[in-house]
Design a protein around this ligand. Structure first.
Ligand code: MD3
Ligand code: FE
Length: 206
C-alpha cells in the first residue's frame, strides 16, 4: 500500500479513507473554536490559503515573521487540543514509514479554495529538524511540487488526493515544496475546499 518517493518520503494512498467519519467530525468540532483565517507573510502579502491549528503549538505569520505560538492570535486563547484520533493516526503512519518516536505537538490545518496556491518553500521553523512531518490530504486533489534542497532545483509533480497520507523526514525534510494547483472538484466531505493537515514536532524536546 505504501509508495516510496525516496528512502525518506512515503505515500499511503487513501490511508485515511476508512477513518473519514471520525476525522471530519473532529475537524468540524475544532473549527468551531478555531475557524480558518488568513494570515499575511512578513512581506505583507495575504496568503491565499486559510489556516487553523490545534495542539500545543500553532503556526502563524505576520509582519514580524513566521513562527509557532502557543496562543492563537485570533482568539487570544490556547489552540484547541489535538484530537486523540489525529494524534494516533499521525503517529501510526509515521511508524509505518519508519519514524518510530514521532510525538507531534502541532497540527496545522490548511484550507485551499479553488485558485489557492502555496509557493515553493522549505519547512524549517521547527526546532528539531530530525523529526518527520506527516500530512493528511482531504477533499479535492492537488498538484504538489516536490523539489530539491535548493529553490532553483527542478521539482517533480506529485498528485495528492482525498485520504492520502504523506510522511517525509531525514534528508527530504528540507526539500522545497508547494501546491501548484487544486483541482476544481467537489468532494462530498469538504466541498470545494482542499484541506491539508500537517503534523509536526515543533519543540526541541518533549
Ligand atoms: C515537504 N503544506 O503547510 S504538505 C505546509 O498541502 C505545506 O498544504 C502543503 O507545505 C499542503 O508547510 C504540503 C505535503 C508535503 C509533501 C512532501 C514534502 C510536504 C513536503 C516533501 C518535502 C518537504
Ligand atoms: Fe510546507
Amino acid at each position: 500500500c505504501a509508495e516510496y518517493f525516496s528512502e525518506y518520503t512515503c505515500l499511503f494512498r487513501g490511508g485515511l479513507l476508512s477513518r473519514m467519519d471520525d476525522i471530519i467530525s473532529e475537524l468540524e468540532n475544532l473549527l468551531l473554536s478555531e475557524p480558518f483565517r488568513r494570515v499575511v507573510t512578513p512581506a505583507g502579502n495575504l496568503m491565499s490559503v486559510s489556516m487553523s491549528s490545534c495542539g500545543a503549538w500553532g503556526w502563524t505569520s505576520d509582519h514580524a515573521g513566521y513562527r509557532y505560538v502557543s496562543i492563537s492570535p485570533a482568539t487570544g486563547m490556547p489552540w484547541p487540543d489535538m484530537p486523540v484520533t489525529f494524534y494516533q493516526l499521525a503517529v501510526y503512519f509515521a511508524g509505518q514509514a519508519g519514524y518510530h518516536d514521532f510525538k507531534p505537538d502541532s497540527c496545522l490545518i490548511n484550507c485551499y479554495r479553488p485558485g489557492s496556491i502555496m509557493g515553493l518553500h522549505q519547512d524549517k521553523d521547527e526546532a528539531d529538524l530530525s523529526a518527520p512531518v506527516v500530512s493528511f490530504s482531504l477533499g479535492p486533489g492537488a498538484e504538489f511540487m516536490w523539489g530539491g534542497t535548493e529553490r532553483s532545483m527542478p521539482w517533480h509533480t506529485i498528485h495528492l488526493y482525498h485520504g492520502d497520507v504523506l510522511v517525509w523526514g531525514g534528508k527530504d525534510r528540507l526539500r522545497f515544496h508547494g501546491v501548484r494547483r487544486v483541482l476544481p472538484e467537489w468532494n462530498p466531505w469538504t466541498g470545494d475546499c482542499r484541506i491539508n493537515l500537517t503534523f509536526r514536532k515543533t519543540e526541541q524536546s518533549n
